[in-house]
Design a protein. Sequence first.
Length: 188
Amino acid sequence: MEGKLFIFSAPSGSGKTTIVRNLLEKNLGLEFSISATSRPKRENEIHTKDYYFLTTDDFKSKIAKNEFLEWEEVYENRFYGTLKTEVQRIWDKGKHVIFDVDVVGGLNIKKVFPKKALSIFVMPPSVEELENRLKNRSTDSTEDIKTRLSKANEELGFANDFDLIIVNDKLDDAIRDAENAVRNFIIS
């Protein structure tokens, strides 16, 4: 049986990953869709758990073979995408798929599954707060933060293309709103 799909997208630093992790801990029948990427693995990340880490050439080969549900070159030679086999793997277990994907990827998944997918945009309270969050998490260089903020301004323009916008001003409220939206969509 094919389940439903829950797409969480947001500018980097908006809190979508934290919200998704919290939803996975609840008894909602969700399983995380592991994205593929060509970016280098960070110190604490694990292949096949955090991402499927591919070389740029491997990623391009899979694009050529139409193995992605969606993919995007988010930054130069930094590809991200969702393998079709990943969605099927989760459905084969009788679970619903939850995605933590970039904005364009999220909208592309929604186009493929217009009725089975709920797309949720996690909105930061402000661009200034977003910048503070990126600086405080200490995972990106100053140059990367600048690039992410520039991209964030672009991504904010897509918010209204999503089914639902959740403003992450207070994390507990954002998690509760996301859980309610997921529960309601499962039973709809």
